[in-house]
Design a protein around this ligand. Structure first.
Ligand code: ZN
Length: 499
């Protein structure tokens, strides 16, 4: 969030590790050393399995994890409902007295890694300079590997008690722990979590789920914040047909309203679509959800008062809020925060034109709308129309192609308390806070089963570590120290919630 948070430097070189001791979560150091080594090796193995979506081919990773879990005595179910699209589900038992299970959720697919910007082979799983490098290191094979590591630790405890993880409860656990790593999250999850939710909801039924993105340390003005993702924005993908009048390129109109001309005088669909895009993309008024109010107030209260005052101004409108954003945030965090505070419209695809001398009579514009919780499809339709404006609306036909409802899990209650306590136990100076993601995850699917789903993949990042820009970015990587801290925290949450 501050300059410190995302590092304005080269982003290379070992991160300065915060001086926080590795949490023990009740296990001895030798156990953690072994588990950590296995975690790092497991992550590198996963990165080497190409699961770029499309086509995905997650079945290879699912089969790999099936054998990793089997080595620990954990039986699993691998499904391949569509060719190559594999997901895996496994379960360790509690004694059944504690209520519904805890779901450890993750996805196996990754986005492509275009060549050019990488200094390491994105699919080699290099361990270099204190980092594991590669596509999926943070999104989200790192968390897959952490969840597998927790399952293996628990299974080892069953075996150490002379019992069988396939059938006997984990000593001390009262709830089941479910592990589910799915296909296709990066393309909406229809072939992964969406399919399981529809066909086998009982596989995932749980009191709560831990998923990607949240629980990652962000340093603001020297204070370590731990935003836990409790909400995520919804999306509405709109296709707009923008109509003009076909004509000869030698006789253009007056430039249109964006260029000092008129709507009627400008029948060029390209210019009209450009003007529609410009109007849609304007930064709208903020709309703070209760989660974001609590987030901003929590940050403001945790940092020095002069910076806190700036944080509180972020919730305002207009130039003062933008100036406050610029003062406290680097670019990546500025864009993220701006989006968390309002519904956004991003015109992302424009298809128009046939020949150099033909004024185009029609254009197709696709807009990615991200809505804050509490927004309905009707709300979006109204705002879209208002942004386009009366003068242009007659020339535009919007069609809603895709709707994903925003989701929100409670920022209180037992699981929330457990996550916050585990963070505080591991990092007494750290401040856990509820936060909202701007993107969509498989939580959209688990929400349909009423499972409160949290972004909680604990990583201790240093002030110079980058995080947000690594998602889908070049040189995606995660530091081994971040993992070394995160694994015991994740284990601790499982033990506390299921114990
Ligand atoms: Zn992801």
């Amino acid at each position: 969030m501050t300059e410190e948070a995302s590092g304005a430097g080269t982003g290379r070189g070992p991160a300065a590790s915060p001086a926080v001791a590795r949490p023990s979560a009740g296990l001895d150091a030798a156990t953690w050393d072994r588990a950590h080594d296995e975690l790092v090796a497991g992550l590198r193995d996963l990165i080497r399995i190409r699961t770029v979506n499309p086509p995905g081919d997650e079945i290879v990773a699912a089969r790999h994890l099936e054998s990793v879990l089997a080595d620990a005595g954990i039986p699993s179910t691998v499904v391949e409902p569509f060719p190559g699209r594999g997901s895996i589900v496994a379960r360790l038992r509690g004694d059944g007295t504690g209520g519904a299970p805890l779901l450890l959720l993750s996805h196996l697919d990754v986005v492509p890694a275009p060549e050019g910007g990488w200094t390491h082979d994105p699919f080699a799983g290099d361990l270099d300079d204190g980092y594991v490098w590669g596509r999926g290191a943070v999104d989200m094979k790192g968390m897959v590997a952490m969840e597998v590591a927790v399952m293996r630790l628990l299974a080892a405890e069953v075996r150490a008690a002379g019992r069988d993880p396939a059938s006997d409860p984990v000593p001390g656990l009262t709830r089941d722990v479910i592990f589910a790593a799915t296909a296709d999250e990066e393309a909406g999850g229809v072939h992964g979590a969406g399919w399981i939710v529809q066909r086998h909801p009982d596989w995932l039924a749980a009191a709560g789920a831990l998923n990607e993105c949240g629980g990652v340390a962000v340093t603001v003005a020297g204070t370590r914040l731990w935003p836990i993702q409790v909400a995520e924005k919804g999306f509405a993908i709109y296709d707009l047909e923008v109509r003009g009048r076909w004509g000869h390129g030698s006789m253009p109109g007056d430039g249109g309203p964006g260029a000092g001309g008129t709507v009627d005088g400008e029948a060029n669909a390209l210019l009209r679509a450009g003007e529609v895009a410009r109007r849609l993309a304007a930064t709208g008024a903020p709309r703070l959800t209760p989660v974001m109010e609590r987030f901003l107030e929590g940050v403001a209260a945790a940092v020095p008062p002069e910076i806190g005052a700036g944080i509180r101004r972020l919730a305002g409108d207009g130039p003062a809020a933008e100036a406050a954003l610029a003062a406290v945030c680097t670019d990546a965090y500025r864009r993220a925060l701006r989006s968390m505070l309002r519904t956004t419209f991003s015109p992302d695809v424009l298809q128009v034109g046939t020949r150099h001398n033909v004024i185009p009579g029609v254009a197709a514009l696709t807009v990615d709308v991200r809505v804050v919780p509490g927004t309905t499809p009707d709300d979006v339709a109204r705002e879209l129309r208002a942004r386009i404006g009366d003068d242009l609306a007659a020339h535009v036909t919007p069609t809603l192609r895709l709707w994903g409802a925003p989701v929100e899990a409670p920022a209180d209650g037992e699981l929330w308390d457990v996550m916050a306590s585990a963070i505080r136990a591991a990092d007494p100076d750290g401040v856990p806070l509820p936060a909202m993601a701007t993107w969509a995850t498989d939580a959209k699917h688990t929400a349909k089963l009423g499972i409160p789903t949290y972004g909680f993949s604990p990583l201790l990042l240093g002030p110079d570590d980058q995080f947000l820009t690594l998602f889908h970015g070049d040189d995606e990587r995660v530091s081994v120290e971040a993992l070394r801290f995160g694994l015991p925290v994740l284990y601790d949450v499982v033990r506390r919630f299921c114990g």
